[in-house]
Every structure is written in C-alpha cells, then in structure tokens.
Design a protein around this ligand. Structure first.
Ligand SMILES: Cc1ncc(C[n+]2csc(CCOP(=O)(O)OP(=O)(O)O)c2C)c(N)n1
Ligand code: SF4
Length: 294
C-alpha cells in the first residue's frame, strides 16, 4: 500500500495475522482507497468486526474500531449508529459471521435500513476456526465438517440481502480490484443499509481441501465462476446467474455468479425516521393538555 494510504493503517500491527495468499488484505486495500476517495476524516469513520479472520480487519485500520463477538458486528454497529448517526459506520464480517450465527442480525439490519455499510468477506468457509462448512459452502465442496462434500444448498447472500430489503446490494471479487473499490465507494456513500459481498479466497482451508492450493489458481477459479458487472440494476437471476452449488451445477458446471450493483434505492433512513419520531413526540408532550393526551 502506497504512502498515501499508510495513514489509515496501524502499521505497528503489521504484518497482519492473515496467511500468505489470503484475499482479506486486498479487500482492506480497496476499503482504504474508497474511504480516501470519499475524503472521510479518520475520526468520523467506525469499523466494527465480529469474530473470524476477516473480522480482524479493524485491528490494522486506524479509525475508530471495535472487535466484537461472533455474529454481532451489526448489533454493535446499530448501537453506534443510533447514538452517533453522523458517523460513517462500516462492518467487516465473514460469511459465517454474517449468515450463520449472525443471520438474524443480518436480515433485520437489511429490513431496517440504517445507514451502515456491511462488507461480507465470503471465502465460503469458516477460516479462523479451521475450515468448517459455512452456510455459503457450495454444494459438493469439502470442508473439515463436510469431508465428503457439503449436501446443504448454500445461501446466496446477494439474494438474501435483496429479499430482506437492503437498499444497496452488490457483489465484488478480489480479482476485479477497481470494481470492488468503486462498489465500496458507492456503498459507503449510500444513505441506507448497504451490503457488499466480496468473494475472496481462503487458500489455507477452502483451497487446500478442494484441490486448489495455489492462491493464484483460486483467483483464476473466481474469474471462471463469476460474471463481470452488467449495467446497474440488471436482475440477477436471468438464466446464467443463480446460486452456485445447487445439485445441477455439479452436472453442467455452467452457472456463474453475477457481480456488480444489483440495487441502489433511496429509502427513508432509520436514524432519521427515529429522530423525526422523537421530535414529534417531544412536541406533542410539550403541548400536552392537562389530564394527558387524548
Ligand atoms: C459464540 C461463538 N461461537 C463460535 C465461535 C467460534 N468461531 C470463531 S470464528 C468462527 C467462524 C469464522 O468464519 P467466518 O465468519 O466465515 O470468518 P472467516 O474466519 O472465514 O473470515 C467461529 C465459528 C465464537 N468465537 N463465538
Ligand atoms: S485461514 Fe483462510 S481466511 Fe483465514 S487468514 Fe488464512 S487464508 Fe485467510
């Protein structure tokens, strides 16, 4: 990372704990560049992680940061945003953190539309704890808890976010760095709940268990398995784009995941609605007639 971006890092904490070839550092670089492009002040940014390899992102970033509990990054982020709505709040979470233990927090955050950017580092496995299957592990793929291949159909996190009402939804890959940076910039600037799923390789567990040990090879597979961005708002499930890993994929191997921005809608933001409600109620009680409101 060039000198321009070093001021956003806690350099004394480097090198990070991440394995060589892990994609997490690439996401961090894009995030820092997006924040720099938006000219945000470091004191005005909060980055909240859950637990997991990717949730260690706040360790190396020199913003206001929190390392919280597994699956609860969005709960902490919600509290921060409610009391300090002027801050830019970003969560960095793994796919397990987001879709397994934190699944309930995720769907309700999507429907509420607080102005938070949720970056989901999807490596399709539990990295930190040793390669167990996640709700995103593709059908037939191996993990330490599915040594003969997963038989659970995986979540498509983009579809989940769209279905539960997030007002900004996108998918990027560590391969297409410029696009990831552009998407993160848009997501952070978006006034509302923004979900960015980033597909990122875990060569240590997912790769090793599934016959793709070489990080470079993992990125090549990522390119093969995804579709470059189409014009914004293009529906996702239009023939070639649908969740990876349903049994038929094993037969034809053709279905690919689309990338890009799938939704960017303006909707009332939660903290603003809340402030409005509080102001209305204060006014009503200030003029309360004797004997109480009718
Ligand atoms: C309540 C609780 N349950 C389980 C764990 C153990 N644990 C730590 S990280 C993790 C999963 C990490 O996977 P993911 O969220 O996908 O992140 P990654 O490490 O792949 O970035 C689990 C199960 C925990 N720390 N707390
Ligand atoms: S275990 Fe996987 S996700 Fe975790 S740091 Fe290593 S390569 Fe990255």
């Amino acid at each position: 990372m060039g000198d321009r971006y070093r001021r956003y890092l806690r350099v004394e904490k480097l090198p990070s704990v991440w394995c060589p070839g892990c994609g997490n550092g690439v996401v961090v670089k894009a995030l820092v560049q997006a924040i720099d492009a938006l000219k945000l002040q470091r004191d005005d940014v909060v980055v909240v992680g859950g637990i997991g390899c990717s949730s260690r992102t706040p360790f190396i970033l020199d913003f206001n940061t929190m390392h919280t509990t597994h699956g609860r990054a969005l709960a902490f982020a919600t509290g921060i945003k409610m009391v300090r709505p002027e801050l830019t709040v970003i969560t960095t979470m793994g796919d397990g953190d987001t879709a397994a233990i934190g699944g309930n927090h995720f769907i309700h955050a999507c429907r509420r539309n607080l102005d938070i950017t949720a970056i989901v580092f999807n490596n399709e496995i539990y990295g930190q704890t040793g390669g167990q299957a996640a709700p995103t592990t593709p059908f037939g793929k191996r993990s330490t808890t599915s040594p003969w291949g997963a038989i659970d159909p995986p979540f498509d996190l983009v579809q989940l976010a769209l279905g539960t009402g997030a007002s900004f939804v996108a998918r990027a890959t560590v391969f297409d760095f410029r696009e990831m940076e552009r998407i993160l910039e848009r997501a952070i600037a978006h006034k509302g709940f923004a979900v960015v799923e980033v597909l990122t390789p875990c060569p240590t567990y997912y790769g090793r268990l599934n016959g793709v040990r070489d990080p470079y090879e993992m990125v090549r597979v990522l390119v093969e398995e995804t579709i470059p961005p189409r014009p914004e708002g293009t529906p996702q499930a239009d023939g070639d784009g649908c969740p990876r890993g349903v049994p038929s994929d094993l037969v034809n191997g053709l279905k690919k995941l689309p990338t890009g921005i799938f939704r960017a809608e303006e909707r009332p933001e939660y903290t603003e609605l809340y402030a409005q409600l509080c102001a209305e109620q204060s006014r009503a009680y200030a003029h309360e007639p004797e004997g109480g409101l009718p």
